[in-house]
Design a protein around this ligand. Structure first.
Ligand code: F6R
Ligand code: MG
Ligand code: MG
Length: 370
């Protein structure tokens, strides 16, 4: 029987500012999802946070875009918002951009990464959660894990990975998508996904030669753009992703290796700066210095018969200290540029921040150069 693995998240109030989720909000979500498990809407769940984002990780058998699961998530975020208001948390209900819920949270503010698949005998699945950055931040690590032989040894030495994978890339400006095979079309793939604010990897699929069903995604990334939904700057999109691992897919360690650089992403303070993406354990998934730096947390589960094991906090490990140290060096170096590019985003990307309002005020004072 197929299982659906859903990560649905929203920022419904920060503690303090945009740093962290208050534990009372997580408690509300746990209670709500416990009731839903009892009522058999979902088969299992884990509630956590990354920075100021409340993360609902759920297993169920309703398929992707299921009304029951989306309504449950929406109601959970609404109840958590009420609590955030009671506590006076910052930006209560920030990501709930509409009152008119229509059965699916997509386009309403929350971020969604869902995939339905036939679980193998033993199914390792990892939930990645980022704060203070945008969906394109996943391009580099997802490319590395499924396409870079210097990252993933299995692409070279495991016959079940050797044929590579198929990437579904979305053009989030033109609302189009394209399927690209790797390694055959790797340069085309990179030509697109290197432009991470426009082209984002949405899903990865096995090749037809794989033992895995070729229409069942092995990875999925949330691609909701808050700016496009709200029509104005309301914070970065703080994406999530699910990645399956092992037995014909990258090993857990190859999946995590994709995050070992501490690569530069856009977001950070006011969604307007480039900075390093720091992999952290959940206990360190709070955004502090200059509202950052952008962070990524990873929880690893084994999934069986719709049940999730307790998660392993995969970046809570000294093996990632070297990445974190590099991130802190890079963070400090970038910060010294203050308002100058390339610490601050280029003007084209600043269109989606609050800067245009400042520029507008200066507009009439500009005179033609003779
Ligand atoms: C970035 C983010 C924060 C805020 C910043 C200003 O995604 O959430 O860096 O942009 O703290 O927030 P406001 O405008 O709410 O005072
Ligand atoms: Mg926030
Ligand atoms: Mg956030």
């Amino acid at each position: 029987m197929k299982t659906t693995f859903s990560i649905i998240k929203a920022d419904v109030g920060g503690w303090p500012g945009h740093a962290l989720v208050h534990p009372d909000l997580e408690e509300i979500a746990r209670k709500k999802l416990t009731d839903a498990k009892r009522d058999k809407i979902i088969t299992d769940f884990h509630v956590t946070h990354c920075g100021d984002d409340l993360e609902l990780i759920m297993a169920h058998s309703n398929g992707t875009d299921a009304k029951e699961v989306h309504s449950l998530s929406w109601d959970t975020f609404c109840e958590a918002t009420e609590k955030a208001r009671d506590l006076g948390l910052y930006g209560a209900g920030q990501d709930l951009l509409s009152d008119a819920f229509s059965g699916n949270v997509k386009g309403m503010g929350p971020g969604v990464a869902e995939m339905e698949f036939t679980p193998r005998k033993a199914e390792p699945v990892i939930a990645f959660m980022m704060d203070k950055t945008e969906p394109g931040a996943f391009n580099l690590p997802i490319f590395k894990m499924f396409s870079d032989p210097f990252n993933t040894a299995g692409l070279i030495i495991d016959p079940s990975c050797h044929d590579g994978f198929v990437f579904e890339v979305w053009d989030i400006q033109e609302h189009k998508h394209v399927m690209l095979k790797s390694p055959e079309e790797m340069y085309d793939l990179l030509a697109l996904i290197g432009a991470k604010s426009r082209f984002v990897i949405k899903r990865v699929f096995p090749k037809p030669s794989s033992k895995l069903p070729k229409d069942e995604a092995v990875s999925v990334i949330s691609t909701e753009k808050l700016y496009q939904i709200a029509g104005e700057y309301v914070g970065k999109d703080d994406p999530v992703a699910a990645v399956r691992a092992q037995s014909g897919l990258p090993a857990v360690g190859e999946v995590l290796e994709g995050f070992s650089l501490g690569h530069l992403v856009s977001g950070w303070m006011r969604g307007s700066h480039n900075g390093p993406l720091m992999p952290v354990g959940i206990k360190d998934a709070a955004c502090t210095r200059f509202d950052g730096p952008p962070r990524v947390a990873a929880l690893g589960f084994q999934l069986k018969d719709g049940k999730l094991t307790e998660p392993v906090d995969l970046f809570d490990d000294p093996a990632f200290d070297i990445t974190r140290r590099r991130c802190m060096e890079v963070m400090d170096y970038m910060r010294r540029h203050g308002p100058f590019e390339p610490h601050r985003l280029p003007m084209a990307d600043m269109e989606y921040t609050t800067l245009p309002k400042v520029m507008k005020k200066l507009g009439t004072r500009f005179k033609k150069i003779k």
